[in-house]
Design a protein around this ligand. Structure first.
Ligand SMILES: Cc1cc2nc3c(=O)[nH]c(=O)nc-3n(C[C@H](O)[C@H](O)[C@H](O)COP(=O)(O)OP(=O)(O)OC[C@H]3O[C@@H](n4cnc5c(N)ncnc54)[C@H](O)[C@@H]3O)c2cc1C
Length: 310
């Protein structure tokens, strides 16, 4: 199999791509190249995980300018003889996948959660129909650009054998000019990194949110919500939404209160190791997909749990 190139500007996701590349290459780690752009610390991190890492240093290539990044990666793929490029399926990574695939004449899939090499082609596992089904799809072209969903693979561990070398590419004229960067006013939350999520739906009253949040903190996790809690009721910020329009998470434990369990929600939590759901309707879909289902009033269970953990 030709070389596999991995790239993400996200420091937590890039090491996961390295693991995926190694699995695809048959665990040998041969023919795998990592690329970092204008980020020497990330390049060193990947090298520390055993990757041959190419560092492209060119201030003209802005991370926000995906056309410029796609052009740089296209040149890198050609110089390094890479037929498969693995990217992270975050917002920027998905746009990059499309642009890069077009440049390389490659087939491309995003939101991929599993990979397998089969007869020289790559088979990708991904949710389809809004998460109602899981499909295995094969990229038929010789070249493939694949964007992998966060936390589909463990981060590659530290290992010897990696090194960083510089790679020169010709920066294209910028299509985007960065005028200003502002940090978000609200506290940033990384739901996908949380091992425990306490998720509230419309069946939970706003007055019970502080208790839910306290339980999340005691358990070392984060509070999250169904979409209408954020978009309709505005009780939590939109970066706390779980599901098709929000985050797809893979926590060890998801405690879910007052959520009906429509597929647009469950697609965001179906990969949790353990799901505990509380709903006062015994026919709620959410209870059917839970490992532990409780037919009860969410308020009462939240208060009881708070007392028990208190
Ligand atoms: C294109 C599209 C994208 C979407 N994306 C998302 C998404 O990313 N995330 C998402 O969440 N939704 C999404 N939705 C909306 C989704 O279809 C549902 O409408 C939404 O998930 C419902 O939220 P909910 O379960 O909190 O509310 P409801 O459906 O109103 O359910 C509330 C639940 O609480 C229970 N309940 C009520 N009172 C209590 C109580 N006292 N104690 C215990 N249980 C109680 C009820 O029995 C019910 O099951 C999307 C929809 C579309 C069309």
């Amino acid at each position: 199999m030709a070389a596999i190139l991995v790239y993400s500007d996200h420091e937590k996701l890039a090491p996961e791509l390295l693991t995926a590349a190694r699995l695809l290459a048959g665990g040998k780690g041969t023919g795998i190249k990592a690329v970092a752009i204008n980020n020497a610390a990330l390049a060193q991190d990947l090298a520390g995980r055993g990757a041959e890492t190419c560092l492209i240093n060119d201030a003209a290539i802005l991370a926000a300018d995906t056309a410029a990044v796609a052009s740089a990666l296209c040149q890198a793929a050609e110089k390094l003889d890479a037929a498969i490029v693995l990217l992270s399926s975050d917002r920027r990574g998905k746009e990059l996948a499309g642009r890069l695939a077009q440049k390389l004449g490659a087939g491309s899939l995003a939101d991929v959660s599993g990979l397998k090499a089969e007869d020289g082609k790559v088979q990708c596992t991904r949710n389809t129909l809004g998460g109602a089904t899981v499909a295995v799809q094969q990229i038929e072209t010789d070249k493939a650009v694949i964007a992998l969903a966060a936390r589909s693979f463990e981060a590659a561990p530290q290992q010897a054998g990696g090194k960083v070398s510089e790679l020169a590419v010709a920066a294209t004229a910028p299509s985007v000019r960065l005028i200003e960067t502002r940090s978000k006013a609200s506290e940033a939350v990384d739901l996908q990194a949380a091992e425990v999520l306490v998720i509230v739906g419309q069946g939970v009253g706003k007055e019970d949110f502080p208790v839910a949040e306290k339980i999340a903190k005691i358990l070392g996790g984060e509070i999250a919500c169904s979409k209408p809690v954020a978009t309709d009721k505005k009780w939590l910020p939109e970066d706390r939404i779980i599901g098709l329009s929000g985050k797809k998470c893979k926590p060890q434990l998801a405690l879910i209160f007052g959520v009906s369990g429509q597929v647009q929600f469950t697609v965001g939590i179906r990969d949790a190791s353990t799901v505990v759901a509380v709903n006062n309707d015994e026919n709620a879909f959410m209870l059917q997909m839970a490992d532990y289902a409780m037919v009860a009033d969410a308020k009462e269970v939240l208060e009881e749990l708070n007392r028990a953990l208190g």
